[in-house]
Design a protein around this ligand. Structure first.
Ligand SMILES: Cc1ncc(COP(=O)(O)O)c(C=O)c1O
Length: 424
């Protein structure tokens, strides 16, 4: 080793605490502690280890068919066949991904007739599904001087980590009234009115995770004007378009209303749930600018975050969505299939409520059928959730969130009895 490299190395070692130096003499990893399991994904690991025959998992938000099996949309199967026969190359995508996919994704959310889209004021990039798009947004905003992002309380469990790791301070606004199992709209408006100008407010575009409670259209209208008065940066997280009502266009109503009202929003889209493309990591991150030039500048900044992070996104899932959305027949089939998933979930909401009543529960479970989207925010406490896991081997997240997509005619009574037993 050259002399100056040697002394640089010994200088660095001298700066390490003695205990760490001792540990390094055996292994550079000896001082690594076991990290806690992820509260949502970690549930699957726990579930796999459980050998109880009637065990049930209703934790992770992934759709299951009537037999409780993972479901691939028939339109996606058809698109796969078309792609396989297309003899496509496997070259890198650009930093912003597949341009045709991005165009179609934006039309899907903002609407083909969107004036802002036609004016070129909405631009975007392909993202590593919803999570990747959220992180790119967080990093970009931090780089451009933002300090604080507000999340609804509660929100999807990963939001806080994503934005804290992006360097933003994460705060909450009131969203859910647990005592009445309803939206705390008054609290929400009050908290938004107290946010300092320039703060980022994250809104779930539809099918709020975990509560399944969305503002009504009138309430969205009010939020639109309150947010405008406050001069906030509005960031929509759109992970369930099609899962709330079964109609993807209807579920985009809040986004479209905000853009029509003149908000210069940003939005992340996930195609995990509506297209059932979970592991393919298909998403988009977009921005609405005052003009095309401004939107393009923002996209260029998204690209400067993406390039050193993962260079460019995978192509296959984006090509699947493109193949479907480019073809009117396949798009119609997809819309039917998406509605089929939403309808099955709604049927299971009714079935779970009925089973709870048949099991003898006298509690009011109407919130299960009032809520929409993939989840039922059951109202079970953490203690009750843990008891249900230990006694009945029914796994839901620690906050009592039940993925309705995992409930089937075969397991609904078993789940209802388990809930009733711990909630009596
Ligand atoms: C509200 C919300 N946003 C984003 C995501 C991220 O999803 P993905 O990264 O799988 O697209 C999820 C997933 O559950 C979610 O519920």
């Amino acid at each position: 080793m050259a002399m100056n490299a040697l002394s640089r190395c010994s200088n660095q070692l001298r700066r390490l605490p003695l205990t760490r130096l001792r540990q390094m003499s055996t292994s550079p990893w000896s001082f690594f502690e076991m990290a806690p399991l992820d509260p949502i994904i970690g549930l699957n690991e726990q579930f796999q280890k459980d050998d109880y025959p009637s065990k049930v998992i209703v934790g992770v938000g992934a759709y299951r068919d009537e037999k409780g099996k993972p479901f691939v949309l028939p339109s996606v199967r058809k698109a796969e066949k078309i792609l396989a026969e297309g003899g496509l190359d496997m070259e890198y995508a650009g930093i912003a991904g597949e341009p045709r996919f991005v165009d179609l994704a934006l039309e899907f959310a903002y609407g083909e007739d969107s004036a802002a889209l036609k004016e070129g004021r909405i631009q975007g990039v392909q993202a590593l599904s919803g999570t990747g798009g959220l992180r790119v947004f967080g990093e970009m905003m931090k780089k451009h001087g933002s300090t604080t992002l507000y999340l609804p309380n509660p929100s999807w469990g990963n939001h806080k980590n994503i934005f804290t790791n992006s360097g933003l301070e994460v705060k909450n606004y009131r969203y859910y009234d647990a005592d009445n199992s309803s939206l705390d709209f008054e609290g929400m408006v009050h908290d938004i009115k107290s946010m300092p100008a320039g703060s980022i407010v994250l809104l779930h575009a539809c099918a709020h995770n975990p509560t399944g409670m969305d503002p009504t259209l009138e309430q969205w209208k009010e939020l639109s004007s309150v947010i405008k008065e406050q001069d906030l940066v509005t960031f929509f997280d759109c992970a369930y378009q099609g899962f709330a009502s079964g109609d993807a266009s209807k579920d985009a109503a809040a986004i479209r209303m905000f853009v029509e009202d003149g908000h210069l929003i940003s939005m992340v889209q996930s195609f995990s749930k509506n297209f059932g493309l979970y592991g393919q990591r298909v998403g988009a991150l977009s921005v609405v600018g005052r003009d095309a030039e401004e939107a393009k500048k923002v996209v260029s900044q998204m690209k400067t975050v993406i390039r050193p992070m993962y260079s460019n996104p995978p192509r296959h899932g984006a090509r699947l969505v493109t193949t479907i959305l480019e073809d009117p027949q396949l798009t119609a089939e997809f819309r039917e299939e998406c509605k089929g998933m939403a309808d099955r979930i709604n049927t299971m909401r009714g079935a779970l409520k009925d089973s709870l009543e048949s099991a003898g529960s006298t509690r009011d479970w109407s919130h299960i059928t009032d809520q929409i989207g993939m989840f039922a925010y059951s109202g079970l406490s953490n203690e009750q959730v843990l008891e249900m896991r230990a006694k009945h081997h029914v796994y839901c997240t620690g906050d009592g969130r039940i993925s309705m997509a995992g409930v089937t005619s075969d397991n609904v009574d078993y789940i209802a009895n388990a809930i009733h037993d711990v909630a009596k």
